[in-house]
Design a protein around this ligand. Structure first.
Ligand code: NCD
Length: 330
Protein backbone atom coordinates (compact mmCIF):
# COMPACT_ATOMS: atom_id res chain seq x y z
CA UNK A 1 0.00 0.00 0.00
CA UNK A 2 1.19 3.47 -0.84
CA UNK A 3 1.13 5.54 2.31
CA UNK A 4 3.23 8.53 1.38
CA UNK A 5 1.43 11.74 2.18
CA UNK A 6 2.89 13.96 4.87
CA UNK A 7 6.44 13.99 3.58
CA UNK A 8 5.43 14.52 -0.05
CA UNK A 9 7.25 17.38 -1.72
CA UNK A 10 4.24 19.59 -2.02
CA UNK A 11 4.12 20.96 -5.56
CA UNK A 12 5.20 17.77 -7.30
CA UNK A 13 2.52 16.03 -9.28
CA UNK A 14 1.78 12.35 -8.76
CA UNK A 15 1.97 10.27 -11.91
CA UNK A 16 -1.38 8.58 -11.21
CA UNK A 17 -1.24 6.44 -14.31
CA UNK A 18 -0.46 9.27 -16.70
CA UNK A 19 3.20 9.98 -17.41
CA UNK A 20 2.66 12.27 -20.37
CA UNK A 21 4.23 15.69 -19.91
CA UNK A 22 5.00 15.13 -16.21
CA UNK A 23 8.20 16.25 -14.55
CA UNK A 24 9.96 13.31 -12.88
CA UNK A 25 11.62 14.85 -9.87
CA UNK A 26 11.12 12.48 -6.95
CA UNK A 27 10.29 8.84 -6.41
CA UNK A 28 7.42 10.12 -4.25
CA UNK A 29 5.49 10.62 -7.49
CA UNK A 30 5.29 6.88 -8.22
CA UNK A 31 2.68 4.35 -7.15
CA UNK A 32 2.82 0.61 -7.67
CA UNK A 33 0.56 0.79 -10.74
CA UNK A 34 2.95 3.30 -12.38
CA UNK A 35 5.87 0.94 -11.83
CA UNK A 36 3.87 -1.93 -13.32
CA UNK A 37 3.25 0.19 -16.43
CA UNK A 38 6.87 1.24 -16.64
CA UNK A 39 8.18 -2.30 -16.24
CA UNK A 40 5.83 -3.60 -18.94
CA UNK A 41 7.14 -0.96 -21.35
CA UNK A 42 10.71 -1.69 -20.20
CA UNK A 43 10.37 -5.29 -21.38
CA UNK A 44 9.44 -4.03 -24.87
CA UNK A 45 12.36 -1.63 -24.80
CA UNK A 46 14.75 -4.38 -23.81
CA UNK A 47 13.71 -6.35 -26.87
CA UNK A 48 14.29 -3.34 -29.12
CA UNK A 49 17.74 -2.66 -27.68
CA UNK A 50 18.89 -6.28 -27.50
CA UNK A 51 17.93 -6.93 -31.10
CA UNK A 52 19.13 -3.54 -32.36
CA UNK A 53 15.64 -3.04 -33.78
CA UNK A 54 15.34 0.31 -35.52
CA UNK A 55 12.69 2.31 -33.67
CA UNK A 56 10.91 5.52 -34.62
CA UNK A 57 9.18 5.94 -31.30
CA UNK A 58 10.92 9.24 -30.50
CA UNK A 59 11.42 10.31 -34.11
CA UNK A 60 11.23 14.09 -34.51
CA UNK A 61 11.88 14.71 -30.82
CA UNK A 62 14.87 16.33 -29.16
CA UNK A 63 15.92 15.73 -25.57
CA UNK A 64 18.31 18.11 -23.79
CA UNK A 65 20.84 16.48 -21.49
CA UNK A 66 22.01 19.16 -19.09
CA UNK A 67 24.61 17.76 -16.71
CA UNK A 68 26.11 20.19 -14.20
CA UNK A 69 27.85 17.32 -12.36
CA UNK A 70 30.11 14.56 -13.72
CA UNK A 71 28.37 11.43 -14.93
CA UNK A 72 29.27 8.41 -17.04
CA UNK A 73 26.42 5.91 -16.85
CA UNK A 74 23.43 8.17 -16.37
CA UNK A 75 24.52 10.55 -19.12
CA UNK A 76 25.43 7.87 -21.66
CA UNK A 77 22.44 5.70 -20.92
CA UNK A 78 20.01 8.61 -21.39
CA UNK A 79 21.77 9.48 -24.63
CA UNK A 80 21.62 5.83 -25.74
CA UNK A 81 17.96 5.59 -24.74
CA UNK A 82 16.93 8.58 -26.86
CA UNK A 83 18.94 7.41 -29.85
CA UNK A 84 17.81 3.78 -29.65
CA UNK A 85 14.28 5.15 -30.08
CA UNK A 86 15.13 7.36 -33.05
CA UNK A 87 15.20 10.67 -31.16
CA UNK A 88 18.02 13.18 -30.93
CA UNK A 89 19.84 14.89 -28.10
CA UNK A 90 21.42 18.22 -27.27
CA UNK A 91 24.15 17.42 -24.79
CA UNK A 92 25.71 19.89 -22.37
CA UNK A 93 28.14 18.57 -19.83
CA UNK A 94 29.75 20.88 -17.35
CA UNK A 95 27.80 23.98 -18.49
CA UNK A 96 29.47 26.00 -15.77
CA UNK A 97 32.68 25.83 -17.78
CA UNK A 98 31.44 25.65 -21.36
CA UNK A 99 28.24 27.64 -21.66
CA UNK A 100 26.76 31.03 -20.88
CA UNK A 101 26.47 29.86 -17.28
CA UNK A 102 30.15 30.79 -17.06
CA UNK A 103 29.19 34.35 -18.07
CA UNK A 104 26.77 34.55 -15.17
CA UNK A 105 23.54 33.34 -16.76
CA UNK A 106 20.98 32.31 -14.16
CA UNK A 107 19.91 28.71 -13.77
CA UNK A 108 16.33 29.61 -14.70
CA UNK A 109 17.44 31.28 -17.94
CA UNK A 110 19.55 28.28 -18.91
CA UNK A 111 16.55 26.00 -18.33
CA UNK A 112 14.19 28.21 -20.33
CA UNK A 113 16.61 28.38 -23.24
CA UNK A 114 17.00 24.60 -23.24
CA UNK A 115 13.25 24.14 -23.20
CA UNK A 116 12.89 26.38 -26.23
CA UNK A 117 15.07 23.94 -28.19
CA UNK A 118 13.86 20.61 -26.88
CA UNK A 119 10.92 18.38 -25.97
CA UNK A 120 12.29 17.29 -22.58
CA UNK A 121 15.18 18.17 -20.28
CA UNK A 122 17.23 15.65 -18.31
CA UNK A 123 19.05 17.45 -15.52
CA UNK A 124 21.85 16.51 -13.18
CA UNK A 125 22.95 19.06 -10.62
CA UNK A 126 25.07 19.16 -7.49
CA UNK A 127 22.44 21.15 -5.58
CA UNK A 128 19.70 19.27 -3.79
CA UNK A 129 16.34 20.60 -5.04
CA UNK A 130 17.72 21.80 -8.40
CA UNK A 131 15.44 19.45 -10.35
CA UNK A 132 12.37 20.86 -8.68
CA UNK A 133 13.61 24.38 -9.36
CA UNK A 134 14.15 23.49 -13.02
CA UNK A 135 10.69 21.94 -13.23
CA UNK A 136 9.25 25.22 -11.99
CA UNK A 137 11.28 27.23 -14.51
CA UNK A 138 10.31 25.03 -17.47
CA UNK A 139 6.66 25.61 -18.29
CA UNK A 140 6.44 23.71 -21.56
CA UNK A 141 8.59 20.61 -21.39
CA UNK A 142 9.02 17.89 -18.75
CA UNK A 143 12.14 17.87 -16.59
CA UNK A 144 13.64 14.54 -15.52
CA UNK A 145 15.85 14.46 -12.44
CA UNK A 146 19.10 12.61 -13.21
CA UNK A 147 20.42 13.20 -9.68
CA UNK A 148 20.24 16.36 -7.56
CA UNK A 149 22.88 16.73 -4.87
CA UNK A 150 22.42 14.25 -2.05
CA UNK A 151 18.66 14.32 -2.49
CA UNK A 152 17.27 11.87 -5.05
CA UNK A 153 18.03 9.92 -8.21
CA UNK A 154 14.66 8.53 -9.32
CA UNK A 155 15.74 7.03 -12.65
CA UNK A 156 18.51 5.06 -10.93
CA UNK A 157 15.80 3.60 -8.71
CA UNK A 158 13.76 2.60 -11.73
CA UNK A 159 16.65 0.52 -13.02
CA UNK A 160 17.51 -0.82 -9.57
CA UNK A 161 13.93 -1.92 -8.95
CA UNK A 162 13.60 -3.40 -12.42
CA UNK A 163 16.78 -5.39 -11.73
CA UNK A 164 15.30 -6.70 -8.48
CA UNK A 165 11.98 -7.44 -10.15
CA UNK A 166 13.61 -9.37 -12.98
CA UNK A 167 15.61 -11.44 -10.53
CA UNK A 168 13.00 -12.15 -7.86
CA UNK A 169 9.68 -11.68 -9.68
CA UNK A 170 8.46 -9.45 -6.86
CA UNK A 171 9.26 -6.23 -5.04
CA UNK A 172 7.67 -7.11 -1.72
CA UNK A 173 8.90 -9.43 1.03
CA UNK A 174 12.51 -8.56 0.27
CA UNK A 175 15.36 -8.33 2.73
CA UNK A 176 18.21 -6.12 1.59
CA UNK A 177 21.49 -4.74 2.82
CA UNK A 178 22.22 -1.16 1.77
CA UNK A 179 25.83 -0.30 2.51
CA UNK A 180 28.09 2.71 2.34
CA UNK A 181 27.10 6.36 2.48
CA UNK A 182 23.44 6.30 3.51
CA UNK A 183 23.60 9.95 4.50
CA UNK A 184 24.62 11.27 1.09
CA UNK A 185 23.75 8.60 -1.43
CA UNK A 186 20.83 9.86 -3.49
CA UNK A 187 20.48 6.40 -4.99
CA UNK A 188 19.84 4.94 -1.53
CA UNK A 189 17.36 7.73 -0.75
CA UNK A 190 15.29 7.07 -3.86
CA UNK A 191 15.56 3.29 -3.59
CA UNK A 192 14.20 3.33 -0.04
CA UNK A 193 11.27 5.41 -1.25
CA UNK A 194 10.65 2.90 -4.03
CA UNK A 195 10.86 -0.18 -1.81
CA UNK A 196 8.56 1.42 0.73
CA UNK A 197 5.73 1.24 -1.82
CA UNK A 198 5.62 -2.53 -1.30
CA UNK A 199 4.62 -4.71 1.65
CA UNK A 200 6.96 -6.28 4.13
CA UNK A 201 10.36 -5.10 2.98
CA UNK A 202 13.19 -5.08 5.51
CA UNK A 203 16.32 -3.10 4.81
CA UNK A 204 19.51 -3.30 6.84
CA UNK A 205 21.48 -0.10 6.44
CA UNK A 206 25.20 -0.62 7.07
CA UNK A 207 27.30 2.51 7.48
CA UNK A 208 29.63 4.25 9.90
CA UNK A 209 27.56 6.32 12.33
CA UNK A 210 28.50 9.61 10.71
CA UNK A 211 27.13 8.33 7.39
CA UNK A 212 23.84 6.92 8.62
CA UNK A 213 20.57 8.26 7.19
CA UNK A 214 19.62 11.72 8.39
CA UNK A 215 17.16 11.42 11.27
CA UNK A 216 14.49 13.15 9.14
CA UNK A 217 14.91 10.56 6.38
CA UNK A 218 14.97 7.70 8.87
CA UNK A 219 11.73 8.76 10.54
CA UNK A 220 9.85 9.69 7.37
CA UNK A 221 10.86 6.46 5.63
CA UNK A 222 9.91 4.29 8.58
CA UNK A 223 6.55 6.03 8.70
CA UNK A 224 5.83 4.49 5.33
CA UNK A 225 6.02 0.98 6.73
CA UNK A 226 9.42 -0.16 5.45
CA UNK A 227 11.47 -1.83 8.22
CA UNK A 228 14.84 -0.12 8.57
CA UNK A 229 17.54 -1.65 10.73
CA UNK A 230 20.71 0.38 11.09
CA UNK A 231 23.92 -1.55 11.66
CA UNK A 232 27.51 -0.37 11.90
CA UNK A 233 29.64 -3.48 12.01
CA UNK A 234 30.35 -6.24 9.55
CA UNK A 235 29.47 -8.84 12.20
CA UNK A 236 25.87 -7.63 12.24
CA UNK A 237 25.22 -8.41 8.56
CA UNK A 238 22.42 -11.00 8.38
CA UNK A 239 22.97 -14.04 6.20
CA UNK A 240 19.56 -14.15 4.58
CA UNK A 241 19.56 -11.01 2.41
CA UNK A 242 18.04 -11.22 -1.07
CA UNK A 243 20.30 -8.46 -2.24
CA UNK A 244 23.17 -6.22 -1.26
CA UNK A 245 23.34 -2.67 -2.56
CA UNK A 246 26.79 -1.19 -2.15
CA UNK A 247 27.58 2.53 -2.51
CA UNK A 248 30.75 4.58 -2.42
CA UNK A 249 31.42 7.35 0.09
CA UNK A 250 30.26 10.50 -1.72
CA UNK A 251 33.51 12.43 -1.61
CA UNK A 252 32.05 15.54 -3.26
CA UNK A 253 29.59 16.07 -0.38
CA UNK A 254 32.27 16.40 2.32
CA UNK A 255 33.41 19.68 3.80
CA UNK A 256 37.04 18.60 4.04
CA UNK A 257 39.39 15.96 2.65
CA UNK A 258 40.13 14.87 6.21
CA UNK A 259 36.45 14.16 7.00
CA UNK A 260 36.21 12.15 3.80
CA UNK A 261 39.32 10.12 4.61
CA UNK A 262 38.01 9.40 8.09
CA UNK A 263 34.64 8.19 6.78
CA UNK A 264 36.26 6.14 4.04
CA UNK A 265 38.49 4.39 6.56
CA UNK A 266 35.44 3.15 8.46
CA UNK A 267 33.59 1.70 5.51
CA UNK A 268 33.01 -2.04 5.02
CA UNK A 269 34.28 -3.14 1.62
CA UNK A 270 32.49 -5.89 -0.33
CA UNK A 271 35.14 -8.57 -0.85
CA UNK A 272 34.97 -12.25 -1.84
CA UNK A 273 35.58 -13.05 1.84
CA UNK A 274 32.63 -10.91 2.94
CA UNK A 275 30.38 -12.67 0.45
CA UNK A 276 31.63 -16.07 1.58
CA UNK A 277 30.84 -15.23 5.15
CA UNK A 278 27.50 -13.46 4.93
CA UNK A 279 25.90 -13.72 1.48
CA UNK A 280 23.31 -16.34 0.56
CA UNK A 281 23.88 -18.29 -2.64
CA UNK A 282 20.76 -16.82 -4.30
CA UNK A 283 21.34 -13.17 -3.51
CA UNK A 284 22.51 -10.49 -5.95
CA UNK A 285 25.10 -7.81 -5.36
CA UNK A 286 24.22 -4.42 -6.82
CA UNK A 287 26.09 -1.12 -7.02
CA UNK A 288 24.93 2.04 -8.83
CA UNK A 289 28.61 2.68 -9.66
CA UNK A 290 31.10 4.25 -9.78
CA UNK A 291 32.74 2.09 -7.13
CA UNK A 292 35.53 3.73 -5.25
CA UNK A 293 37.09 1.36 -2.76
CA UNK A 294 33.60 0.00 -2.11
CA UNK A 295 33.39 -3.27 -4.06
CA UNK A 296 36.58 -5.25 -4.59
CA UNK A 297 37.04 -6.05 -8.33
CA UNK A 298 37.82 -9.61 -7.23
CA UNK A 299 34.06 -9.97 -6.69
CA UNK A 300 33.24 -9.24 -10.35
CA UNK A 301 33.65 -12.84 -11.46
CA UNK A 302 31.02 -13.97 -8.94
CA UNK A 303 27.75 -14.65 -10.80
CA UNK A 304 25.86 -12.87 -8.05
CA UNK A 305 27.53 -9.54 -8.90
CA UNK A 306 25.13 -7.85 -11.34
CA UNK A 307 26.46 -4.28 -11.38
CA UNK A 308 28.41 -4.69 -14.61
CA UNK A 309 25.82 -7.04 -16.07
CA UNK A 310 22.03 -6.73 -15.89
CA UNK A 311 21.95 -3.69 -13.61
CA UNK A 312 23.85 -1.46 -15.98
CA UNK A 313 21.97 -2.59 -19.08
CA UNK A 314 18.64 -2.07 -17.36
CA UNK A 315 19.57 1.61 -17.11
CA UNK A 316 19.09 2.02 -20.84
CA UNK A 317 15.87 -0.01 -21.03
CA UNK A 318 14.13 1.73 -18.13
CA UNK A 319 15.15 5.16 -19.41
CA UNK A 320 13.85 4.30 -22.87
CA UNK A 321 10.54 3.35 -21.27
CA UNK A 322 10.38 6.49 -19.14
CA UNK A 323 11.14 8.79 -22.07
CA UNK A 324 8.59 7.10 -24.33
CA UNK A 325 5.94 7.46 -21.61
CA UNK A 326 6.76 11.02 -20.56
CA UNK A 327 6.95 12.16 -24.18
CA UNK A 328 3.56 10.59 -24.80
CA UNK A 329 4.71 8.21 -27.52
CA UNK A 330 3.43 5.06 -25.83
C1 NCD B 1 25.32 7.53 -8.70
C2 NCD B 1 25.04 9.01 -8.56
O1 NCD B 1 25.45 9.81 -9.37
O2 NCD B 1 24.36 9.33 -7.60
N1 NCD B 1 25.86 7.23 -9.93
C3 NCD B 1 25.00 6.91 -10.93
O3 NCD B 1 24.26 7.73 -11.39
N2 NCD B 1 24.98 5.63 -11.33
C4 NCD B 1 26.10 6.95 -7.60
C5 NCD B 1 27.37 7.63 -7.21
O4 NCD B 1 27.82 8.60 -7.82
O5 NCD B 1 27.97 7.14 -6.26
Amino acid sequence: MFQAISHLQTDIEMIHGDFKGKDIVSFDQFEVADLNTLFTVTRQMKRIAENNEPSRLLEGLLVGLLFFEPSSRTFSSFSAAVKRLGGQTIEMQNPEAFSSVSKGETFEDTIQVMEAYTNAIVLRHRISGAAKQAARAASFVPVINAGDGNNEHPTQTLLDMYTLYERFGRLDNLTGLLAGDALNSRTIHSLLRGLSLYENNTMYVLSPRQLQLSRDDFVSLQDRGIRLIEIHREEDIPQDCDFWYWTRVQKERFASAEEYRQAQSEIVVATPELLNKYASKDMILMDPLPRVASVDPAVDADERAVYLRSQIRNGVYTRMALLALVLGRI
